[in-house]
Structures are given as structure tokens and as C-alpha cells.
Design a protein around this ligand. Structure first.
Ligand code: UDP
Ligand code: MG
Length: 306
């Protein structure tokens, strides 16, 4: 059994891999039985051959190649399954999260915590992305009231063997790893750190992928959207009932005629909109149920080192 496994998801990161190797090897100096697991998430640049060379140079680095691009969360899940360490760390390939901080988190975990998760103090991103992240994490925290997912914490973390075993055995699809990690419980503590700029290359998270991640966070960990629909339905029916009474009063007891093609049309459209929105919310839950029932694996391993 290894002491510490470091899981790194990699998707088209040829520009950062040489620097990543240098920084990780510096980390490996601190422990004889540390290992690194590079999970390639179906890259179509030179990442795979670079990874294979790194693994040849150092036996403490292993690779897992997925059969296609399954997404960051699936790649992290694949790495967690492959890890053999007493403690397992997760870090992005682009060096936005510092390997030195990971080492400190590992030491902190060994001092008696099951989960040490990185909390981003400051992001060096554009104002739009920064605001979006800020709002999303607060919204998610509001939605997950019973089992709060910590604010501004990503997948950058160190977990104990028992936590990793529990997470690996959760059959859930559309994994939102940081949510599952917090859901598991045990002793968890945040570790504040500065999030750097990406070392090289472009972000591998397209807007579509970011939205999928946000949706997985919300719909896999909260039922509040469903209660919200019921609440909106209740308010709208109450208001319209009062409206009906008022209209009937005018019709029966006065001579006033109530004109209003425009008002009728807007109200109909408004209600149509609310109904479609509600169907969409319900649809998100049904989609998730359907995916659970199909029971397809979260990722497929094409090849891995011994
Ligand atoms: N990644 C992945 N599969 C994907 C997208 C990203 O394995 O489909 C990896 C990527 O190589 C990186 C990490 O996930 O190591 C985080 O991605 P990125 O840094 O591009 O996201 P950002 O930091 O911009 O949110
Ligand atoms: Mg990044």
C-alpha cells in the first residue's frame, strides 16, 4: 500500500505536462511511497505520448487512459478508483492549484482529518467568470441547506482511504465529486489557498461543460427546485383565483366591460412559460433517474499501467 496517491486529470494538456512533471517530481521527493496517477481523458494532442514517457522515466508515475473524453469529473473518479494510497490527493494538471499546497494539505490530513479541501481565496480570472463562480457557489450552498457543500471549494483536496472507498462505491452517475466528498461526512476541514492562473494553454472547460457541472451540483444535491415549482404554482393559482372573483364581480354587479386582448395574451404566455420551466426542472430529475436506470459505467478504461 502506498502512503499518498496524487490524481491528476489530463485533457489536451501538452503545453503544461513538462512543467507538471517537474513540479510533481519535486513533490515525490517528500515521500518514498508517494505515487502519481495521470488520468488521460481522451486527449487528442500529444498528451498521451508525453504521459507515457513520464511514466517510463519514473515508475512512481502511473497512467490511466480513458477510451474517450468523459469529462473532468469522470476522469477524477477514474483516478480515485486507481489510487492505492492511504491518502489520495486530487489536483488539476494546469498548476492552478499549487502542488506545494497539496503537500501541506496531505500533512494536515495526516494530523487527523479525513478530508482537507482547498478553499479558493482569490481567483485570477476575468470579472465575468469570477462573478459567475461567486454567485454559483452561494446559490448552491443555499440550495444544499441540509448537507452544505462548502463555499469556493473545488476538487483540489486530500482524502483518507475510507472516504475514497466510500466515494468509489457510490454507484451514482453524473458525479459532482466535490459534492459527494462533502456528503460522505467524517472530519472535514478547509484549507485556504490562492488559485493561480493556468500555467499554459487554454481552459478545457467549455461553457457547456461548466453548465453541466453546475447542473449536476444543483440537481444531484438539492430538491429545492421541486419545492420552488410547487410554491410558484401555489402563488400563481391564488392570485388568479382572486382575479377571477374580481372579474366576475365586475361582470355580474356592474356594467363595466373589461377590455383586454393584451392582458389575456401576456398572462397566457406567462403561465405557459412557467409551465415549460417547471417541466424543464422536473425533466432534469427524470433525466438523472433515466441515466441511473441505464446503469452505464461512468468511464471506460482503454489502457493503464500495471
Ligand atoms: N479536464 C478533463 N476533462 C475535460 C476537461 C478538463 O480531464 O473534459 C481536466 C483538465 O485537463 C484540467 C482539469 O480537468 O486538469 C481542469 O480543467 P481546466 O483547468 O481547463 O478548467 P478551469 O480551471 O478553467 O475551470
Ligand atoms: Mg484550470
Amino acid at each position: 500500500m502506498k502512503e499518498f496517491s496524487i490524481v491528476v486529470p489530463v485533457y489536451n494538456e501538452e503545453a503544461v505536462l513538462p512543467e507538471l512533471e517537474r513540479r510533481l517530481l519535486a513533490l515525490l521527493k517528500h515521500g518514498d511511497s508517494f505515487e502519481v496517477i495521470l488520468v488521460d481523458d481522451g486527449s487528442n494532442d500529444a498528451s498521451r505520448s508525453i504521459i507515457q514517457e513520464i511514466c517510463k522515466r519514473d515508475v512512481r508515475v502511473r497512467f490511466v487512459f480513458l477510451s474517450r473524453n468523459f469529462g473532468h469529473q469522470a476522469a477524477v473518479s477514474a483516478g480515485l478508483c486507481a489510487a492505492r494510497g492511504q491518502y489520495v490527493g486530487v489536483i488539476d494538471a494546469d498548476l492552478q492549484d499549487s502542488p506545494d499546497a497539496l503537500l501541506e494539505m496531505y500533512r494536515k490530513a495526516k494530523s487527523g482529518f479525513d478530508v482537507v479541501y482547498g478553499v479558493r481565496q482569490n481567483r485570477k480570472e476575468g470579472i465575468f467568470k469570477k462573478t459567475a463562480y461567486f454567485v454559483f457557489y452561494r446559490f448552491l450552498s443555499f440550495l444544499t441547506q441540509k448537507n452544505k457543500i462548502p463555499l469556493d471549494a473545488g476538487d483540489f483536496s486530500v482524502m483518507s482511504r475510507r472516504v475514497v472507498d466510500v466515494i468509489n462505491n457510490l454507484p451514482e452517475r453524473n458525479r459532482f465529486v466535490r459534492g459527494l466528498r462533502s456528503w460522505v461526512g467524517f472530519t472535514q476541514v478547509g484549507f485556504p489557498y490562492e488559485r493561480e492562473k493556468r500555467f499554459a494553454g487554454e481552459t478545457k472547460y467549455s461553457v457547456r461543460k461548466l453548465f453541466k457541472l453546475a447542473y449536476d451540483g444543483i440537481f444531484s444535491f438539492s430538491y429545492i427546485p421541486l419545492s420552488f415549482i410547487s410554491a410558484v404554482g401555489f402563488v400563481v393559482s391564488t392570485v388568479s383565483f382572486v382575479g377571477i372573483v374580481v372579474v366576475l364581480y365586475f361582470k355580474i354587479f356592474t356594467n363595466a366591460s373589461i377590455p383586454g386582448f393584451a392582458s389575456t395574451a401576456t398572462i397566457t404566455l406567462f403561465l405557459g412559460g412557467i409551465q415549460m420551466l417547471s417541466l424543464g426542472v422536473i425533466g432534469e430529475y427524470i433525466k438523472r433517474m433515466y441515466e441511473e436506470v441505464k446503469n452505464r459505467p461512468n468511464f471506460i478504461i482503454e489502457s493503464e499501467s500495471k
